[in-house]
Design a protein around this ligand. Structure first.
Ligand code: ZN
Length: 406
């Protein structure tokens, strides 16, 4: 016996008794498919709140859910959902198997949205499925929060923290990474000591312990340092090498700008000095070559940077520290004020910089994460809020396990 259209859709939607498809309306003009689901009369249900079985139907309430498109046709499921009357809980709407409570999308639609959001911006998804983006953000928030509630942080030992923002002028968020697993484990607003507190309490809410954290990688901001010292007594701090090099680059840039004001040869050479030599373009290499024969302050600063860069390759802590001492002597005797300032900052953060040779941790993963975040922020206004920006970071870099049908 061939299946009727209704029976076919019942199988496709995975519907089980007492649910059945009463009617299917197909409008070619409106490009819409409406599936009307109903339940067999006399059916009993469990109370949605306490689970008590065999509750009778008290009344029904009309509901509609957006489902996956059927080819190019927008598809909706309609149903009069029964409400049970339980002696203990009163009148409650029963759980339908195709959608979660309070959602206007079916579970399969949710599933597709979560999948797409890992590769597309929400603005693009909203346009593609023709729904308002705030509805999509609500779906994403639900699944991210739900997946995070099952996270286990008991194995976390090594943590990196850095800040980012969805765009210039927007609020900063601090991103915490489990450096062993390369996954974002905590994101919160701000970039001060309170964010370290926020991470600590989140860690403890997920079976983690502040005592277990043996190393922390961060930039040289006093707020992070004091926060870590207060909240993570067993953690040694390693300063992120990329931030140290950034400081050195800023010193070069100051020297160049000053020198450029009376030396036209330095015009348009900014990135020649800031980029790593191996990353220079052919043209930039050609620009740099003749400059290397001149007695330039900028060149001196540049050579001091290249020397600092070699420090990170050391593996023996003693040789490394000796080397850094010699570098410090050179830098502080360079008679270049920005370079001297940079060297003094290095001196002030001596132990945390030398720690790198032992721990070899850095926030480079965060840079990679940042590029994922960057990919998600092709339009900062597409996020609408810092909360949505945080949801996106978790979604793309949290390695979360979503509880969704496949
Ligand atoms: Zn009940």
């Amino acid at each position: 016996m061939p299946l009727s259209q209704e029976a076919l859709f019942k199988v496709a939607l995975n519907l089980e008794d007492p649910w059945y498809i009463k009617r299917i309306d197909f409008s070619a003009e409106e490009k819409q498919l409406d599936i009307h689901v109903d339940f067999k009369s006399g059916s009993k249900y469990s109370c949605a709140k306490c689970g008590k079985p065999n509750c009778g139907v008290h009344d029904t309430i009309e509901r509609t859910w957006r489902h996956l498109n059927f080819f190019q046709f927008k598809t909706y499921i309609h149903c009069r959902v029964p409400r049970t009357k339980c002696d203990d809980c009163g009148v409650k709407q029963v759980k339908v198997p195709w959608a979660r409570k309070g959602s206007g999308f079916t579970l399969l639609m949710d599933s597709m949205i979560v999948l797409m959001a890992q590769h597309m911006t929400v603005t693009a998804i909203a346009e593609m499925i023709d729904e308002h983006d705030t509805r999509i953000w609500r779906v994403l928030e639900h699944y991210v929060m739900e997946a995070r509630s099952h996270e286990d942080f008991s194995e976390i030992k090594s943590v990196g923290v850095d800040e980012t923002s969805r765009a210039k002028g927007h609020k900063y968020v601090s991103v915490f990474i489990d450096l062993d697993e390369s996954r974002v484990v905590h994101v919160c607003e701000g970039k001060d000591a309170s964010t370290i507190e926020s991470f600590k309490s989140d860690l403890e809410q997920h079976k983690g312990s502040s005592e277990n954290i043996s190393s922390f990688c961060c930039d040289m901001s006093p707020a992070f340092i004091s926060g870590i010292e207060n909240s993570f007594p067993n953690a040694s701090i390693t300063f992120d090498k990329f931030h140290v090099m950034k400081l050195m680059n800023e010193a070069i840039d100051k020297v160049r700008r000053e020198e450029q004001s009376h030396n036209a040869l330095l015009k348009k050479t900014r990135y020649v000095w800031l980029k790593n030599p191996e990353n220079l373009t052919l043209k930039q290499n050609e620009t740099l070559k003749p400059l290397k024969d001149l007695r330039l302050k900028t060149l001196k600063a540049y050579n001091i940077k290249l020397a600092l860069r070699d420090f990170w390759n050391y593996t023996n802590p003693h040789s490394a520290e000796d080397y850094l001492k010699r570098w410090y002597f050179w830098a502080t005797h360079s008679r270049l004020n920005p370079v001297i300032d940079c060297a003094k900052t290095v001196k002030q953060h001596w132990n945390g910089i030398n720690n790198y040779i032992k721990t070899k941790i850095n926030n480079g993963i965060l840079e990679g994460t940042n590029s994922l975040i960057q990919a998600a922020k092709d339009s900062a206004r597409g996020f609408r809020s810092t909360k949505n920006f945080i949801i996106t970071i978790y979604l793309r870099t949290g390695k979360l396990k979503f509880n969704l049908p496949t």
